[in-house]
Ligand binder design. Structure first.
Ligand code: SF4
Length: 376
């Protein structure tokens, strides 16, 4: 095993104990526990049954970086509207983005649509069974490919998400810090995957991580695999997995221009297809840079020459890789306002306030609109 992170001190007794290899007993105990205690989730089928690949795929894409609680209503909305991958492929991208709005990480929604298109176009509307073929589809990485292969098709595959990573690092008392330990944890996880019922086993590991082997205060006393767990035997459960210190998240700043017409409509702009929040709608803004632009500089990005009022306070939104702080300028303009001199007019549209909820607006832009309108 690798080095112990400096800021975690393991006692002498803990360091000297040998590892206890988790194995067959873990598999049996975990599958028995799963049959009795598994979470009832709308994309799941009973134990010992293969699930619908479309529902598995959709749920796994939605669950990336998000909680089960947040995903359930979105999942139900999607399968009610698009019950099959073919139905999703036939939907316009903008409608998919609209339905996705609020779940975050919008590139996933774009890939979702691209993947549905590819399954219909290249695979006759049926997801391939093999991990290698699944990996070639847009938005499907190693974890999702393994999850679909195991859960929907019963193939011997080992998905390793954050929950499973934690469980495995504890079962085997992996002392090497994350993310460096990821390959070793994947290797160890694969040693546990049974030949049969790989899908049930993967879901059991997910449930164990979510319900019992939680990040803080793991419930070792009621854990079905405690007898086989090295971390528990060495009193290390709370200390593992060890995580390397993260770099500080940088901040970016910008000015957003909330233009409201006299009839109540709000000006929105479509973001470029590629990049952050690609294809989503936004309130027009300056570039998001390392410093807040001065007012005169910011005005070069304003959609119209008018009398601007600065809303009190700022809007703060935290993305995975940076924190964004936006100052909001607002203006009320006549109905016949023209943007003919503004280069970005092609990507803009007026949307009535009552229709805003149905637009593909990311959370940060909903915050900007609420902030600007509240200050009216
Ligand atoms: Fe996690 Fe404790 Fe179970 Fe080990 S015994 S897998 S640390 S809950």
């Amino acid at each position: 095993m690798g080095a112990v992170q400096e800021n975690v001190t393991l006692g002498r007794k803990q360091q000297q104990l040998p590892l206890r290899p988790a194995g067959l007993l873990t598999v049996r105990s975990l599958l028995a526990w799963y049959e009795a205690e598994r979470r009832d989730l709308p994309w799941r089928y009973g134990p010992r049954k293969a699930a619908d690949p479309y529902r598995v795929w959709l749920s796994e894409i939605m669950l990336q970086q998000t909680t089960v609680k947040a995903v359930v209503p979105y999942f139900q909305k999607f399968v009610a509207r698009w019950p099959t991958v073919s139905a999703l492929a036939a939907a316009p991208l903008e409608e998919v983005l609209q339905q996705w709005a609020g779940l975050g990480y919008y590139s996933r929604a774009r890939n979702l649509k691209a993947c549905a298109d590819a399954v219909v176009r290249d695979h006759g509307g049926a997801f391939p069974r093999a991990e290698a073929k699944l990996l070639k589809l847009p938005g499907i990485g190693p974890y999702t490919a393994a999850a679909i292969s195991a859960i929907a098709f019963g193939q011997k595959a080992t998905p390793v998400d954050g929950n499973i990573e934690r469980v495995v690092s504890r079962l085997f008392a992996v002392r090497q810090p994350l993310p460096g330990a990821k390959p070793e944890i994947k290797r160890l996880a694969a040693t546990l995957t049974p030949q049969r019922r790989a899908g049930d086993f993967a879901q059991a590991m997910m449930d164990l991580g979510a319900e019992i082997c939680t990040p803080k205060n793991p419930s070792c006393l009621v854990c079905p695999v405690q007898q086989d767990c090295s971390a528990s035997a060495q009193n290390l459960a709370e200390l593992l997995p060890i995580k390397a210190a993260k770099a500080a998240r940088p901040s970016r700043y910008g000015v957003a221009f909330l233009v409201q017409r006299e009839d109540g409509a709000v000006l929105l702009r479509q973001r470029p297809e590629a990049g952050l929040l690609g294809g989503m709608l936004e309130v027009p803004s300056t570039v998001w840079g390392e410093k807040l632009p001065a007012r005169t500089e910011a005005m070069r990005a304003a959609p119209v020459t008018t009398s601007w009022m600065q809303a009190a306070g700022t809007v703060v939104h935290v993305f995975t890789h940076f924190r964004l702080e936006l100052v909001v300028y607002r203006a009320l303009v006549p109905i016949d306002t023209s943007f003919t001199l503004w280069a970005e007019q092609e990507r803009c549209r007026w949307v009535q306030r009552r229709d805003l909820h149905a637009q593909a607006l990311p959370t940060v832009m909903k915050k900007v609109i609420a902030h600007g309108l509240a200050d009216n």
